[in-house]
Design a protein around this ligand. Structure first.
Ligand SMILES: C[S@@+](CC[C@H](N)C(=O)[O-])C[C@H]1O[C@@H](n2cnc3c(N)ncnc32)[C@H](O)[C@@H]1O
Length: 259
């Protein structure tokens, strides 16, 4: 398993870059759109240094986040401590998807963003996470797009690597942290969610046009325009199919409610 204790600083740097922010902004926008206006209970599985958790808590929700390395959680804890008003609404737990126990609690939303790509097989993890989604609740998964492996490399002019990836049809390539990451297939993720009693919602492709430029440094106005362009493309074919990541969502219907 990847040693995330040693890549925390690199991840934080990527996360705060324009490319990193683009992903957080797109994913948070969709998740917040799907959540009710009132405060609800959210689980952030593999919360890392707390970026999504902070956005959810800022929107008024009660958030539990867990992550395996203590170093990641320490960073999340420091970021949370600097925000007044979060203390009673945010809980951090040192665990991984296999060991986290919610003691029977069910959540209104379970998010797992940027984690599945580090696991050999997403099936068991998705099953565990789906089991923690309460009635009417949401499962939000963000992972690498297995169908678009090689696109980043081709746009960067790394043609030999790109061609090998494209011709081999592999779902694994090197990610932002210099580590191998495995891509997933939207249909397979939706099928997994369905097999655990959830109804898949429309999926989005994330970071379509701005995935490859490592040194992208837009002005605030350029960033805003880029974000809206990415948002427009994220739910439309064929653009979304080339997203570096896929954001799949599924909801557990309330028993007896009309569909
Ligand atoms: C790329 S970071 C994403 C962090 C955060 N979810 C985000 O979107 O910013 C991947 C995170 O997954 C965590 N992780 C890796 N394997 C995990 C597992 N089996 N269970 C839970 N978290 C895991 C890592 O510790 C790391 O914090």
């Amino acid at each position: 398993m990847t040693d995330f204790a040693t890549v925390g600083a690199a991840y934080a740097a990527h996360s705060r870059s324009a490319r990193g922010r683009l992903r957080h902004d797109l994913v948070a926008r969709r998740v917040l759109t799907e959540l009710p206006d009132r405060p609800v209970r959210v689980l952030d599985a593999g919360c890392g240094d707390g970026e999504m958790l902070i956005r959810l808590a800022a929107a008024g929700h009660r958030v539990t986040g867990f992550d395996p390395p203590a170093e990641m959680l320490d960073t999340a804890a420091r970021r949370i401590a600097s925000r007044p008003g979060f203390a009673g609404r945010v809980r951090l737990v040192n665990a991984d998807i296999g060991s986290f126990s919610c003691d029977g609690e069910r959540f209104d939303a379970v998010c797992c963003h940027g984690v599945l790509m580090y696991l050999e097989d997403p099936a068991e993890a998705v099953g565990r996470l789906a089991g923690m989604v309460g009635p009417g609740g949401l499962l939000s998964l963000l992972t690498k797009n297995g169908a678009a492996v090689g696109v980043r490399e081709a746009f960067r002019g790394e043609y030999e690597t790109a061609r090998e990836l494209i011709e081999s049809g592999t779902a694994t390539s090197i990610g932002n942290l210099g580590l191998p990451t495995r891509g997933d297939d939207v249909a397979a993720l939706d099928e997994l969610a369905s097999s655990h009693g959830l109804t898949p919602l429309a999926w989005q492709g994330v970071r379509i046009f701005h995935d490859h430029p490592e040194d992208w440094g837009p002005t605030p106005a350029e960033y805003a325009a880029a974000l809206e362009t990415e948002w427009a493309a994220s739910s439309r074919d064929p653009y979304r199919q080339l997203g570096r990541m896929v954001h799949t969502l599924a909801r557990r219907e309330v028993a007896g409610s009309p569909t």
